[in-house]
Design a protein. Structure first.
Lengths: 329, 1193
């Protein structure tokens, strides 16, 4: 049984890739994921804010009140070196590369075309096999058009592509007027892969304190319907590989995502819930299913149920909606 | 060989040599010596080795007494050992110093000499501390400048090894310890050459060792002690020659020649000064000047003060001398003269009587005092002294530099006399503590000192306030060595880094004609002129100043640097002053930025570069109009006509920077000051202040409780008063059934006293229902509100206080209606300590004695010019005193002994006078229930009645009783201090006092670090936190002081955190005070030294409790007597991990950045500490006491 797949130019032994999450904080966990069968890992994100603000904040907080009162000219000892977030992250990449044999994909998370993008180069130098750009942008300005928002994505990608030689993936949100079009633009500008979709932290409200509370729920299997449709639609229309993410919990989910056109499937919630060994279980069940259904390889099934390959492409479109309505009758 | 030039301060110079020539360093922080220990610790932490290739061990002890003990032990065991201290710290070392000298042990203690506290504490410099150790048998070597500090540190070390006599190496606190100077650094080779290895080995061989056992420290009897004590004489006799020999060796090696006594001036001088310390530099500079004008004057600098070598001293005096003035930087009241004077008199007298005096006649010798507590000592004063010597009858026991209108000791001098050289660039910079001015100037000095041939000197004058602090930097640059050890008052460059200072300080009075004035202005080049105060315009015109402006705030904002205008203003200085070619200067500034911030991330470096690059485009020279256009007058300070005369005449001068002009008669001779004076300052330091919205307010009074500065107040009062209210004054109907229906409620802000910390807004739980971003308090710009709110606040203060007897004091809402008697302190904006002190003054202030340990709370409590301790309308309020750092528990205990004794005596006297007073009144007084405010009010009335009756009784007992009758009213003793006092230096006393069963209340303001001296570790510092002396994270857990106190069983103990549970805090204070025995409250005090956002500090307090790190509890022995479990745990089991709490704070988080692996290890252990601590308390709180008879059922 051949489970191997290609993703953003990397040859992977199977299509299960743990996505960026707190699981990546510890090298020992990363190693456990590899041991459980992961074919690559996407490290947790290095945030633009970490790059731009952490040093400033640390400097401010260690120097506030200094040089103003004669008895206490400083309040902290001055360490020789600071391992700030960005440097720690680069060290983490190196440590991960040393510890595991599977490809390590780093992740940069930000929204501007500012100086933080220089870190793409540093990430490459630290040994990452690929880079995932997580553009986490909430356009709140009513004067900013969709075209401008999309251009931001394209600009960030172009800057990064000009900096690095390693493959670059873009993790997108589903909130575009034309997903297909933005996917196409990114593809045209050199994205090696698209990761569909990013799940935004959805804020909640605390009725007692009247505060907005940042909150994240682990994904449910229902969440996969959204990427499933769009992967099906995009498959074959762009050169970039597609990674499915959101709501992939078991072998069936993986198989479905492959069939609609993903090269790899990314897992996060299921691993946070069940631990690294869940990968082994999913791989086993996948193989079993493939054996039972006489599939020889993963490649064979990638895109087999995509928009262009199914008998009723309209099922992925408006007709599908009509069908659901009909089913109520 | 060319030696490296470094630009460093005196402390660093001393620490450099000490670290290179020692193996063990035991210290305890005390201003101004703390930095020496910190340098040594930092170097050892970085793996810096001494000249023998090993990294010295640096330890922080619990007190200077402890440090001296550790030093003594380490020396006895054979290590080369040192310490650094000053003032009271040196005094605490005296017992060990006698021992160390008595045992002929070589060591050098480096002392940044500081005033010993007498009528007041002072952190500044004089020789009262070193003079107090004259009898210990130590050699004493004085350094007068930063270069000499480095040189003499080595000379002393070399000499002590040979002489076996220990050395005190001292230099003036602040003036030398903190003066930044370009000096030549001794090389390792120099140090190795000076230190004789054989002598080091000899020291080791004399050490205690079980391999060649001996004993020392025996007890001796009258038969032999005396003889044995005289055995050391030969060693002392040799010291002067040894030191001179070492000085010669040093001169041959390094080129700088010192003598035990160095003479400067005319070879045929007739009038000379003898002195030591930094003032001698100024004297030398002045003597040079005067001799160049033909005056026959001279100066002897005393370097080796003990042993005092008469022979060498006599050799230094020119034979032509007719009169000598000996200057002492110390005061010995009651002595026939100050110590150096008496030594000189003795030397001359001995020489004269033994016929070896080379002078033609016996000279006139006068002694005088100067420069106590860093009082300025200027060339004008030096000239004044030399002029005094011209007189037939010069004044003896004189003072110089002050005006003594009481005993008329002071001599006159011409304050306008100046000898500043033309070739010296003198610059003054006025900055705000927070804007980075001092750091930038330190960088500028380094740039000029290390990149040019110029000599450079920097001295920095800091504020006595911790919030809104002003710094003044005094920088000199010139082609020749700078010996001017006094402040600049004739500057050719004046920079004002904050616009608001223009209205507060007359900074241009120090500008020379034609000088440059650089102003950071929010107003552009076209509008700035008209915005200037009148006097500023006038001086710019009159002195023909070159005037430059820059909107530094704008440039800083654009570069993302917030309020820090430091590099911008630094760039302006270099661009205008032409000390260096502009481009070169800018490159050097950038290099310095890289050096300073490089380790803190590229982003900061880039941001500063950007600021530098944008500066020149924003710097404008203003064409100065030829006439004054402004009507803006400088507002006189503390000039409110309602203020007491003493405030307006004396304290206002101190506040306005004119304290030097006050005469001796302005002060009480015993250090007494009136309270209730902070209210007159009106500092106006807040950019934003809270504005109250009565519609949204739920009247919980939490804002009142958390305010560190008592700048937000509440009153409940009769509605009728609102008729006279100013138009913008706000009130609303009071909520709560406990109030009469005609009562209304007002929250009022003190606009000019608020520091703008924002804690009140943070704590406010009430949100506007239609716009939830708004609360019942919202911050708004202060300036537009200042005038209206000023009159509102005045009106508010005149409203009657709510009747104390009616207040429900055991609720937050209730107790906050009580008038605070602690207000507007100079503590840091958002201070975590002051809300507790304020609360105690609200609850008990009108009958409270406060004993205050030295530290932050004694500084914001009692640093001149004003005190935040206030009085109520009846004139009652806390009475406050600071004894020392180490004895505070005992000091407060002494208050209680007197209160109890006088109470007992008053009862005895009443009983003696029973017939005249009447037994009914006496019984009522003796049996009065004073457990409530109402009960106390009634007792006050009884005592008033008693006094009335005493008037008609003509007996000594009646007079005595009248004098002490106030003791019949319940008094409250509060012993207040920080964790440095309670956990470390004062722990022994605290332990004894709580074991005493006397009714005292100890309030520990626990910031978990030495805050006042700059963040050194204490035993309260939690595991995993970074502090000075714990740069790698504190490895062991915090001491559980509460648990230790509880083990006595008779001590009321509470642990509180007002930000986590204000009600529990209030109850703990009430219970502690009510408990008739010792009480200990350990209060979590967030602090700037935690590296937190002070506005959000209440969240840190909550997290500390939620993590189990800071369990809230009350242990009440009264319950024990009732057979119940005395411990009540007031906080829930941990809901977050210690890590989640800790990483909100830089003190923990920075370890993850400096030593990530160690941080991980320590945080895990600290996690366990927190959990274990909580579970232990949880179990203790659930033990059944079975009626408290100690038996198990």
């Amino acid at each position: 049984m051949d489970l191997s797949t290609n993703y953003m130019g990397l040859k992977l032994k199977n299509p299960i890739v743990p996505s960026a999450s707190p699981l990546m904080y510890e090298i020992s966990t990363i190693k456990a994921l590899e041991d459980a069968g992961a074919s690559a890992v996407v490290l947790h994100s290095l945030f633009e804010e970490q790059i731009t603000h952490e040093a400033l904040e640390l400097n401010y907080l260690t120097t506030q009140g200094s040089e103003s009162y004669a008895e206490a000219l400083t309040y902290f000892p001055e360490p020789e070196v600071y391992h700030l977030g960005p440097d720690e992250y680069l060290n983490h990449i190196r440590a991960a590369k040393d510890a595991i044999d599977i490809p390590v994909i780093a992740s940069l998370n930000g929204v501007t075309t500012g100086g933080w993008l220089e870190y793409a180069k540093k990430i490459e130098q630290a040994g990452a096999d690929g880079l995932e750009l997580n553009i986490y942008f909430i356009p709140t300005n009513p004067n900013q058009s969709g075209v401008e928002v999309e251009q931001l994505y394209v600009d960030i990608l172009r800057i990064v592509k000009s900096e690095v030689k390693i493959p670059v993936a873009i993790k997108l949100s589903p909130f575009f007027s034309s997903i297909a079009n933005i996917a196409y633009k990114l593809d045209q500008n050199g994205a090696n892969a698209l990761v569909l979709f990013n799940r935004f932290y959805q804020p909640d409200i605390d009725l007692e304190t009247l505060d907005v509370v940042p909150n994240i729920f682990l994904s449910t299997p229902q969440a996969m319907r959204l990427p499933l449709r769009w992967i099906a639609i995009l498959y074959g229309k762009i050169k970039a590989d597609i990674a499915a993410t959101s709501g992939i919990h078991n072998a069936e989910d993986v198989l479905k995502m492959l069939m609609v056109g993903s090269s790899v499937t990314m897992m996060c919630s299921a691993l946070l819930k069940n631990g690294a060994s869940h990968i082994t279980k999913v791989l086993d069940e996948m193989q079993k299913w493939m054996e039972e259904h006489e599939y020889e390889s993963v490649r064979q099934m990638i895109g087999s149920m995509s928009h262009k390959s199914v008998r009723e492409p309209a099922a992925f479109e408006r007709a599908n909606y009509m069908k659901v309505l009909n089913s109520y009758r | 060989m060319a030696r490296k030039k470094v630009t460093i301060d005196g402390n660093e110079a001393a620490a450099y040599v000490a670290h290179k020539t020692n193996e063990v360093i035991a210290i305890y922080p005390i201003t101004p010596s703390s930095n020496m220990g910190e340098w040594a610790d930092a170097w050892s932490a970085a793996g810096e080795k001494n000249i023998w290739g090993t990294v010295p061990t640096v330890v922080e002890m619990q007190s200077e007494g402890g440090a001296a003990g550790a030093v003594h032990g380490a020396l006895q065991a054979g290590s080369l050992t040192t310490t650094f201290t000053a003032s009271q710290g040196l005094l605490l070392m005296i017992p060990n110093m006698f021992k160390i000298a008595g045992e002929l042990t070589p060591t050098v203690f480096h002392i940044s000499a500081r005033t010993v506290a007498t009528h007041a504490l002072s952190i500044f410099g004089d020789h009262s501390d070193v003079m107090a150790v004259r009898s210990t048998g130590w050699a004493m070597l004085a350094s007068n400048s930063v270069q000499e500090v480095m040189d003499n540190a080595l000379i002393a070390q070399a000499a002590t090894l040979e002489a076996r006599i220990p050395f005190v190496h001292f230099f003036d606190g602040f003036r030398t310890s903190h003066e930044v100077m370009k000096i030549e650094q001794l090389s390792l080779e120099d140090i190795r050459t000076m230190i004789d290895e054989e002598l080091v080995i000899a020291h080791r061989k004399r050490a205690l060792s079980p391999d060649r056992p001996v004993i020392r420290g025996t007890a001796q009897n009258p038969d032999v002690f005396f003889q044995a004590r005289e055995t050391v004489n030969p060693f002392y006799l040799k010291v002067p020659d040894i030191v001179q020999k070492v000085m010669e060796k040093f001169a041959n090696l390094v080129g700088r020649q010192y003598h035990l006594f160095d003479y400067f001036g005319a070879p045929d001088a007739e009038r000379i000064i003898v002195m030591m310390g930094s003032g001698a530099e100024t004297a030398e500079e002045t003597v040079d000047y005067l001799t160049s004008k033909g005056e026959k004057v001279g100066l002897i600098k005393v370097r080796l003060y003990r042993p005092f070598s008469v022979k060498h001293f006599l050799q230094a005096i020119p034979a032509t001398v007719k009169s000598i003035a000996v200057l002492d930087r110390t005061k010995e009241p009651g002595a026939g003269g100050e110590p150096l004077y008496k030594d000189v008199v003795t030397a001359i007298s001995e020489a004269f009587s033994s016929g070896i005096l080379s002078l033609k006649n016996y000279p006139k010798i006068i002694g005088g005092r100067y420069g106590l507590a860093s009082k300025e000592f200027t060339p004008a004063m030096v000239k004044g002294v030399l002029d005094e010597l011209k007189k037939d009858k010069p004044k003896n026991s004189f003072t110089v530099g002050i005006f003594d209108d009481v005993t008329h000791t002071s001599i006159e001098y011409d304050p306008e006399f100046s000898i500043e050289r033309e070739d010296v660039i003198r610059s003054l910079f006025y900055g705000l503590g927070a804007d980075g001015t001092v750091s930038a100037n330190k960088n500028s000095i380094k740039i000029i000192g290390e990149e040019t041939d110029f000599y450079a000197q920097g001295y920095f004058v800091y504020d006595s306030k911790k919030s809104g602090a002003v710094t003044v930097s005094h920088l000199r640059f010139g082609p020749k060595p700078i010996k001017s050890t006094y402040l600049i008052d004739k500057a050719n460059f004046v920079a004002c880094h904050q616009w608001v200072f223009l209205e507060r300080y007359d900074m241009l009075k120090n500008a020379l004609p034609g000088a440059t004035f650089l102003l950071n202005s929010p107003f552009g080049p076209d509008e700035v002129w008209d915005k200037l105060p009148k006097t500023v315009q006038q001086q710019i015109i009159d002195k023909k100043l070159k005037f430059y402006v820059i909107d530094g705030y704008k440039v800083a904002e654009q570069a993302g640097m917030g309020e820090r205008v430091n590099t911008i203003m630094q760039t302006c200085f270099f661009a205008i002053s032409n000390v260096l070619p502009k481009d070169e200067a800018i490159q050097k500034i950038k290099d310095a930025i890289k050096k300073t911030y490089g380790s803190k991330g590229e982003q900061i470096v880039k941001m500063n570069y950007q600021a530098v690059d944008q500066t020149l485009a924003n710097l404008h020279e203003i064409k100065v109009p030829n006439k004054v256009t402004s009507n803006i007058e400088l507002e006189p300070v503390m000039s409110d006509p309602r203020a007491p005369e003493y405030v307006r005449n004396v304290l206002a001068k101190i506040y306005g920077g004119l304290g030097d002009t006050l005469p001796v008669s302005a002060f009480a001779p015993d250090g007494t000051f009136m309270t209730d004076t902070a209210r007159w300052e009106k500092r106006n330091i807040a950019l934003e202040i809270p504005v109250w919205d009565p519609e949204v307010c739920i009247q919980c009074n939490k804002c009142i409780l958390v305010c560190p500065h008592a700048a937000i107040r509440v009153k409940v009062y009769d509605e009728k008063y609102t008729a006279q209210a100013p138009p913008t004054f706000k009130w609303t109907r009071v909520k709560g059934k406990e109030f009469e229906p005609n009562m209304v409620y007002t929250i009022q802000i003190a606009p000019e006293d608020c520091t703008g910390c924002g804690l009140c807004v943070e704590v406010c739980p009430a949100k506007n229902k239609t716009e939830t971003r708004l609360k019942a308090l919202n911050m708004a710009d202060q300036i537009p509100l200042r005038i209206t709110e000023r009159s509102n606040y005045d009106f508010f203060l005149e409203l009657p206080e709510y009747d104390r007897a009616k207040v429900q004091i055991n609720t937050v809402k209730g107790c906050q209606l009580l008038e605070p008697l602690f207000e507007y302190s100079g503590a840091c904006s958002g201070c975590g300590e002051t809300p507790y002190i304020k609360l105690l003054t609200q609850l008990f202030g009108d009958r409270t004695y406060i004993a205050n340990a030295t530290g932050c709370s004694s500084i914001y409590g009692g640093n001149l010019p004003t005190t935040p301790y206030a009085k109520n309308k009846e004139g009652r309020g806390p009475t406050w005193s600071n004894s020392l750092f180490e004895d505070n528990a005992e000091f407060g205990y002494g208050f209680r002994l007197t209160i109890d004794k006088q109470h007992e005596f008053a009862i005895e006297l009443m009983q003696k006078l029973a017939n005249e007073i009447g037994s009914e009144l006496i019984d009522a007084i003796i049996n009065a229930d004073q457990s409530t405010e109402a009960g106390i009010a009634e007792q006050r009335q009884r005592v008033t009645l008693l006094r009335q009756r005493l008037v008609s009784i003509n007996s000594p007992e009646a007079k005595q009783l009248d004098a002490i009758a106030d003791f019949l009213i319940k008094k409250s003793v509060w012993i207040v201090g920080g964790d440095g006092w309670a956990y470390d230096i004062g722990y022994g006393g605290l332990d004894h006092v709580i074991a005493s069963n006397r009714n005292v209340n100890l309030l520990v303001l626990d910031t978990e670090v030495y805050s006042n001296t700059g963040g050194q570790m204490s035993k309260a510092t939690p595991r995993a936190a970074v502090a000075k002396f714990a740069a790698g994270g504190k490895p062991v857990a915090k001491k559980d002081l509460g648990m230790m106190a509880m083990s006595y069983g008779n001590v009321y103990v509470a642990q509180v955190a007002f930000g986590a549970n204000d009600l529990q805090t209030v109850r703990a204070f009430i219970e502690a005070e009510a408990y008739d025995g010792p009480s200990l409250i350990i209060a979590y005090s967030h602090c700037i030294a935690h590296g937190i956002n002070m506005t959000k500090a209440l969240e840190n307090q909550k997290a500390a409790v939620e993590s189990g790190h800071w369990p809230l509890y009350r242990y009440n022995p009264v319950l024990l007597k009732e057979g119940k479990n005395p411990l009540k745990l007031d906080s829930k089991a941990p809901t977050i991990s210690f890590k989640d709490y800790a990483y909100l704070e830089t003190r923990y988080k920075m370890l993850t950045k400096s030593k990530p692996e160690e941080a991980k290890r320590l945080i895990e252990l600290a996690n366990k500490d927190a959990k274990l601590k909580y579970h232990l308390y949880e179990q203790l709180a659930t033990i059944r006491y079975n009626g408290g008879n100690g038996e198990q059922k």
